[in-house]
Design a protein around this ligand. Structure first.
Ligand code: ATP
Length: 432
């Protein structure tokens, strides 16, 4: 078997009352999870604890009893509400001793800034007996590594810029031998134009068979609000064998979903469209009505997009469509502002006005008002005018912001399909 054995299981505890308010979220656990997963360690439990000793003590008891690895972040500062060090030491029955080296380093840090170290900072030099000190090049609070009855426990500072290099550096190094040198390899396939359930229906029989393969491949389907993603992962001792198995699995999905595959390396639609435009040396201009500039915002999220993004016109009113894009008033009167002829006139107007290779026109009803039986809320007409022209009417579900996001992503997907000469039939196209 090239599949690695039973994975270690980890718990993450984020300490800090601020993360129990509506204004702050725990992001450290995501960074910690990424590093652990890379070592083939599963995160089985995570929690946020306020700065209360009894709560943290109870959570710690749960985590240490059940999991092989416990990572705590936050609460290592110098003030009385920084309780992590004390609670862990007392929970494990380890006396806290002042560490002369840590104290000297703390004093040096303050001296380098020309200030005397406040007495409260001495707390940060207290180390549970037997713990190893983890250096923190970006802050005052050192981390701590404790091995206790076969369990590995790491205490890391709260600020992400301090925690991250420590987790990815020394903690990872120390965990590596415990994880049996297992590697977790992952591929992310990005899909557009299909609903999550349709992707599941098409791919499930194939990916279900991978679970019994050697190495086994696990598959998760995720709807991100923009795309559908298929995450394929395998836990292996031999990375080359794992990579080969994943390549083969990806090829099977590509064969099943063909034109709906945006990328097999996690790149989003805006990046993929940008790459396709750059490859051809083409430039794009957009005429956006109901998306209010969202398509252009997504395109310009990509660094270097000035190479291929020329301009956009947000033509929200009928007057703007006529004055700025040359849409015929008669077309609006005859077909309505939300219609394929108007979307096409917008796309051609912006393409020709800007003198670029690709023009995109989008006009629709984001809601909640403005719908009719013929054109209900969520109806969006789009056109892509390149060397040939394509128009489509879509019907998107959800509220105003969901419709806008779906419309923007679908417009970029339409550009991708047109640039690559792919089928433009999707689950969202509306029967006419
Ligand atoms: P310090 O020496 O800076 O006090 P600390 O270990 O005591 O270090 P905390 O006081 O708990 O860290 O947190 C400092 C800041 O770090 C918080 O205000 C918050 O902005 C950020 N932070 C803490 N924990 C997390 C977390 N889990 N996710 C994201 N940010 C966090």
């Amino acid at each position: 078997m090239s599949t690695a054995g039973t994975p270690l299981r980890a718990a993450i505890i984020a300490v800090g009352s601020e993360m129990l308010t509506p204004t702050r979220v725990d992001t450290n656990s995501l960074t910690v999870t990424e590093v652990l997963n890379g070592l083939g360690i599963d995160v089985a439990f995570k929690a946020v604890a306020g700065d209360h000793r009894a709560d943290l003590d109870a959570l710690l008891g749960h985590a240490i009893a059940r999991y092989d690895v416990v990572i705590l972040t936050g609460g290592l500062g110098p003030t009385a509400d920084d309780v992590t060090r004390d609670v862990v030491a007392s929970h494990l029955g380890l006396p806290l001793l002042e560490d002369a080296d840590v104290l000297a380093r703390l004093e040096q840090r303050f001296a380098a800034r020309g200030v005397r170290m406040p007495d409260v900072n001495r707390r940060q030099a207290m180390v549970p007996s037997g713990a190893a000190v983890l250096g923190n090049p970006n802050g005052t609070a050192p981390g701590l590594w404790i091995e206790h009855r076969g369990k590995a426990i790491a205490l890391l500072p709260g600020p992400p810029r301090e925690m991250k290099p420590m987790m990815a550096g020394e903690v990872r190094e120390r965990l590596l031998p415990r994880s049996g040198h297992v590697r977790l390899l992952r591929r992310v396939i990005v899909i557009a134009g299909r609903t999550e359930s349709r992707v599941e229906e098409i791919t499930q029989p194939t990916y279900a068979s991978w679970l019994g393969a050697d190495p086994a491949i696990e598959t998760t389907i995720l709807a991100t609000g923009r795309h559908i993603e298929l995450h394929l992962s395998t836990r292996v001792m031999d990375p080359a064998a794992g990579a080969r198995a994943l390549d083969e699995a990806v090829a099977q999905i590509v064969a099943l979903l063909g034109p709906d595959i945006v990328s097999c390396d996690g790149r989003g639609i805006e990046q993929v469209v940008g790459d396709a435009l750059r490859q051809r040396g083409w430039r794009i201009a957009c005429a956006e009505s109901c998306t209010g500039g969202l398509v252009t915002s997504m395109l310009t999220d990509v660094a270097g997009s000035s190479e291929y993004v020329e301009r956009s016109i947000i033509a929200y009113s009928n007057r703007a469509k006529v004055e700025l894009l040359g849409v015929a008033e008669s077309a609006i009167a005859q077909h309505g502002a939300v219609s394929e002829p108007v979307a096409l006139a917008m796309a051609m107007g912006v393409r020709d006005g800007a003198g670029v290779d690709v023009g995109v026109g989008i006009t629709g009803i984001a809601g909640p008002g403005g719908g009719s039986d013929a054109r209900p809320v969520g109806t969006v007409c789009m056109a892509v005018a390149a060397d040939r022209v394509h128009t489509r009417t879509f019907r998107f579900p959800g509220g105003r912001s969901t419709v806008k996001t779906f419309a923007a992503v679908t417009a970029l997907d339409l550009v991708r399909r047109v640039l690559n000469d792919l089928s433009i039939e999707t689950d969202w196209a509306r029967r006419r």
